[in-house]
Ligand binder design. Structure first.
Ligand code: ADP
Length: 465
């Protein structure tokens, strides 16, 4: 008999208790998978367009209930209202709309080339659903990741088991939204629990797993899935570089660095975590950036004036402190910030750091906080080489008026996405594929590739009788 574990969920800032959850038992997991497998059989009766029509009901519900949803997101994450609305709610609306408009075309059966040696025959490709897929999510974008993965998987014809992070389960909210369509409610299930629950869900043999989270957990999951040969797409974080050449508009580009490094208090896998500035504008750029960092208001989301919200997880705050202290002790200059602020101990000041060397944790490990180490460079070749020497490769940005140069650098960077003269924009466009390389993971979410990742292609060759 498995011991049921209770999980206490608290307000991210005040730590006042919100509710308790019971870890899902092995028996419950098995019953859930049986229900999802049966729901998948039912789903096969519907066309892609019909499933999109159901997702439209969810989209409408999110739009109509945006204030209530934003309040729940802020409560459990401590993020600002701007972060909740822009990156979570608007991001979901954009994504669902794009999927509804494009999935029927992307998932359509195709007739493809038949060679002369097979003359008279016809070749077709069907994009079939996988079955029951498992989605495991982290705490930094608990709404965006939940809704986009669940709905894309459903549109592609799968039933879905979704496990939110135990830190931000938003208990009941996702189910309430899914109620907008009885068909979706029947095919998409939310399960609560910790890593123990996640392991039970994997053991139930989903047809594919979509994991977003830390490298360490991703590795554990991949090992467990490998034993059962379950395919897995993983998105594991980053150490994204922003590369600024000498010909940029400094005001506009520093504003980009502020947004890139500090949105969601830096708790984004695509946060700018390394800023490379050309030697000839370095001093001016850093002075302007410091002024912008100093002008930011760090506060709770419901205070209205907040630019930077809380650090959701205490263990994450410890990592931020450790990285900054390590840099300080090895000779880095903390130009501004570098400490916790506020009475609750949940906020960290926007922190700008120079004189960072390769041996510092800040230079190589993911910090996932409102910190920005700045490096100098003098040539295009040098910045490509040094910035590519990262264990990670999720996304990057290149800033220059010379678009040929920006494109050349974008092509040379080892990562999954590059924004040119802007930052973190690629993942804001649901038509673009999202995902990384190296330790940032593999597989692509969003775009046509993201939808096709929820399918298995079947080859058909038709001959005459
Ligand atoms: P993060 O700190 O980014 O949330 P984690 O990797 O710790 O990163 O957690 C991401 C998700 O993975 C959470 O939903 C967590 O419960 C889940 N998880 C934890 N342990 C495992 C495991 N062994 N296998 C699969 N998922 C796990």
């Amino acid at each position: 008999m498995n011991q049921a574990v209770a999980i206490n969920v608290n307000d991210a800032i005040t730590e006042s208790p919100l509710y308790n959850l019971q870890e899902t038992s092995e028996e419950q997991v098995n019953a859930l998978f049986a229900a999802c497998r049966s729901a998948h059989q039912d789903l096969r009766k519907y066309t892609v367009a019909e499933r999109c029509h159901e997702v439209h009901k969810v989209l409408d519900y999110v739009l109509q209930n945006r204030d209530h949803i934003a309040a729940r997101i802020c409560e459990e994450t401590g993020k600002t209202l701007t972060d909740a609305v822009v990156s979570e709610i608007l991001g979901v609306l954009d994504n669902l709309e794009w999927n509804i408009d494009n999935a029927p075309k992307i998932l359509k059966d195709q007739t493809v080339h038949t060679p002369i040696t097979l003359m008279g025959k016809k070749s077709r490709v069907y994009h079939e659903s996988l079955g029951t897929v498992l989605v495991i999510a982290p705490w930094n974008y608990p709404f965006h990741i939940a809704m986009t993965f669940m709905m894309s998987a459903f549109i592609a014809g799968n039933s879905v088991v979704f496990k939110p992070s135990e830190l931000t389960p938003m208990q009941g909210l996702l189910e309430e939204i899914l109620e907008a369509s009885p068909l979706i409610r029947n095919s998409v299930k939310v399960v609560y629990g910790t890593g123990v629950t996640a392991q039970r869900l994997v053991a139930a043999r989903p047809d594919k797993i979509f994991f977003t989270g830390s490298c360490a957990t991703g590795r554990k999951l991949l090992k467990q899935a490998a034993d059962m040969l379950i395919p897995v797409d993983v998105e594991l974080g980053g150490k994204d570089q922003m590369i600024v050449f000498e010909d940029v508009n400094i005001k506009r580009t520093t504003a980009g660095a502020v947004w890139g490094a500090l949105t969601n208090a830096g708790q984004s896998c695509t946060s700018v975590e390394r800023l490379y500035v050309h030697d000839s504008i370095y001093d001016e750029f850093v002075t302007e950036l410091k002024a912008q960092f100093d002008a930011l208001v760090v506060n709770a989301g419901d205070k209205g004036d907040a630019d930077i919200g809380a650090i959701t997880a205490d263990f994450q705050l410890d990592i931020i402190k450790r990285h900054v202290e390590d840099a300080r002790s090895k000779g880095a200059t903390i130009l501004t910030g570098g400490m916790v602020t506020g009475d609750q101990g949940k906020f960290y000041l926007p922190t700008l750091i120079t004189d960072v060397t390769d041996d510092m944790l800040l230079a190589s490990e993911e910090t996932f906080g409102p910190t920005l180490p700045v490096f100098r460079f003098s040539t295009e070749k040098e910045v490509i080489e040094t910035s590519n020497q990262s264990e990670f490769g999720l996304s990057a940005s290149v800033w220059s008026k010379d678009l040929d140069r920006a494109d050349r650098v974008a092509r040379a960077l080892v990562c999954g996405a590059v924004s040119i003269n802007n930052v973190m924009l690629t993942e804001g466009n649901p038509a673009l594929p999202f995902g990384g390389t190296r330790s940032s993971g593999f597989g692509r979410a969003k775009g046509a590739e993201g939808l096709l990742a929820f399918t298995r292609s079947k080859a058909i060759l038709i001959d005459k009788q």
